[in-house]
Design a protein around this ligand. Structure first.
Ligand code: THU
Length: 161
């Protein structure tokens, strides 16, 4: 028997002002677009902004539904839009923020399990890692160099060969 360990490397910043300018701008944009979320059921508004390799910016916000499972997270709204508007173009970074309108928005949230799977497939599809910049409306910031690192032992198309 062998023990295996999985290591996750990520950066922690005290707040947005400690980021390099380009990342701070992307994060502040993500904070702004939280207002475009449709989240009448959870009151938890998520905003995401991607910077693409061609310079384009693509946004996503969570879109809920009275039939709860129909709702879509901001990250997957963003990925669908990016794939449709800019097919084959790599996503360099995605900033993700949220406005918990009934509570605190002062710590980073990281993508849910389904979104991790979607983010990782996007990385494989365009052969480029996606950096994640994660923070609330205030407080510390995590920068994760590669979204797929959030999904150890991931299931991919390779497993179906
Ligand atoms: N949500 C996202 O959009 N992204 C995340 O990373 C976590 C959760 C949404 C789903 C739902 O509309 C609300 O936040 C509460 O779970």
């Amino acid at each position: 028997m062998n023990h295996q360990q999985y290591k996750l490397d990520y950066e922690v910043y005290a707040d947005a002002s400690a980021l390099k300018q380009e990342d701070a701008t992307l994060l502040n944009h993500a904070r702004e677009v939280t207002s475009q979320a449709y989240a009448p059921y959870s009151a938890f508004k998520v905003g995401a902004v991607a910077k693409l390799a061609n310079g384009a910016l693509v946004i996503g916000t969570n879109q809920e539904n009275a039939s709860f499972p129909v709702g879509i997270c901001a990250e997957r709204v963003l990925l669908s839009a990016a794939a449709t508007l800019h097919p084959g173009v790599a996503i360099e970074s995605i900033a993700i923020s949220y406005d918990n309108t009934k509570g605190k928005s002062n710590h980073p949230i990281s993508p849910c399990g389904i979104c991790r799977q979607s983010l990782h497939e996007y990385e494989l599809r365009v052969k480029n890692p996606i950096r994640l910049i994660l923070a609330g409306l205030e407080g510390n910031v995590y920068v994760i160099p590669q979204a797929g690192s959030l999904l150890p032992l991931s299931f991919t198309s390779e497993d179906m060969k």
